[in-house]
Design a protein around this ligand. Structure first.
Ligand SMILES: [Zn+2]
Ligand SMILES: [Zn+2]
Length: 388
């Protein structure tokens, strides 16, 4: 098993976690957080690259030739007020670490410092401190800035805290973990007319109505019943309540699409568009369709999942491995890494949800009791992955 954290080491990491919690920064604004990360990595003798994906930081530790692995932590907070009142509560109005990324940053730094001291592995580890996970595209920004060209890796690992799962338990499950999160939009363009004379125009409003009532066909009749998928219309725009005798020229409809596999994701993109075009054709109007790919699904590769499980067992004992855990309908842009190299994403137990406060709740606070498990897990992932 990994060497347990010394009391003073744990005290320093806990103080760091609370300091980050008190100073939350939104995506691509993580200047203070990134500076702290960069300083601590450098002090540990780790090579530091700043500014990748704007505020991202990569720490690189090489001990010799061999494989290379990326470990990812996210650094950003959310634009919401903190309702809880811990002594380390947010000092910035309307900003809070409500997803535990303060804990993620702390644990990866702790592991980096220990691995830099131990150097008991052969190969390269890139500690990836990613900005803007909360819907702002931080992982994509790092990839577009040349992450994989500048830091070639054989595998990538991610971690998220999970309230409700006991501390010192980590779930590592092969297959889908988080859904893709994409948005789509259809603009129906007909010919506007007097509301009393619909036959003189081409009615886009009624066409949009048909489209909406048929939308569930995509998931009900086209997607494999054994594959989860969600398509929802969430926005609708047409006409004017000050002109209830005017059939407008255009109707705009938009929504979200979620899937747990690349083929189902492709299918949703194709079928929503096909339906829009088909309905438009039957009404003799035009449909302009766009599907914006935002985040791919996070799908754990089996061999990397085995490595993660071996790491959990080495760090915390075999009983710590949680082999089954339900996937989340949320998304995580860690998928930008694990869609390009084999990877695994694990759920780190964060203990009981205090006052029922789950992620993105104003009373949520990362449980510091989970720090040692997260640090030791990261260390063992490096040893297990690079020994392959
Ligand atoms: Zn979140
Ligand atoms: Zn999160």
């Amino acid at each position: 098993m990994t060497i347990p954290l010394a009391d003073d080491e744990l005290a320093r990491l806990t103080a760091l976690r609370r300091d980050l919690h008190a100073h939350p920064e939104l995506g691509f604004e993580e200047e203070r957080t990134a500076s702290i990360v960069a300083e601590r990595l450098a002090a540990a003798g780790i090579a530091v690259t700043r500014g990748l994906g704007r505020t991202g930081v990569v720490g690189t530790l090489t001990t010799g030739p061999g494989r290379a692995v990326a470990l990812r932590a996210d650094m950003d907070a959310l634009a919401m007020p903190e309702v809880g009142t811990p002594p380390w509560a947010s000092t910035v109005p309307g900003r809070m670490h409500a997803c535990g990324h303060d804990g993620h940053t702390t644990m990866l730094l702790g592991a980096a410092e220990r691995l830099a001291r131990a150097r008991d592995f052969t190969g390269t580890v890139h500690f990836v401190f990613q900005p803007a996970e909360e819907g702002r595209g931080g992982a994509k920004a790092m990839v577009e800035d040349g992450f994989f060209e500048r830091f070639p890796v054989d595998a990538a690992y991610g971690l998220h805290n999970m309230p409700g799962l006991p501390v010192d338990r980590i779930a590592a499950v092969p297959g889908p973990q988080l859904a893709s999160s994409d948005s789509w939009e259809v603009v129906f363009t007909g010919r506007g007319s007097h509301g009393a004379k619909p036959h003189q125009g081409r009615d886009a409003v009624t066409a949009a109505g048909h489209f909406l009532t048929q939308l569930s066909i995509v998931t009900a009749r086209r997607v494999d019943p054994l594959e989860p998928a969600v398509v929802s219309a969430c926005a609708l725009e047409a006409g004017d309540f000050a002109a209830l005798n005017v059939i407008p020229e255009t109707v705009r409809v938009g929504g979200t699409a979620r899937a747990y596999s690349a083929p189902v994701r492709d299918l949703l993109e194709e079928e929503i568009g096909r339906l829009a075009q088909g309905v438009a054709a039957s009404f003799g109007i035009r449909a302009d369709y766009t599907f914006r790919r935002r985040i791919p699904p996070v799908v754990n590769e089996p061999a990397c999942t085995d490595i993660a499980r071996a790491a959990i067992a080495a760090a915390l004992g075999p009983d710590a491995v949680v082999p089954a855990f339900p996937p989340s309908t949320a998304g995580d842009d860690f998928a930008e890494f694990s869609a390009r190299v084999p990877g695994a994403y694990v759920w780190l137990g964060n203990g009981p949800a205090e006052e029922g406060a789950l992620h993105h709740n104003g009373r949520y606070d990362f449980n510091d009791a989970a720090i040692p498990a997260g640090v030791r897990f990261w260390e063992e992932v490096v040893r297990a992955e690079l020994a392959r």
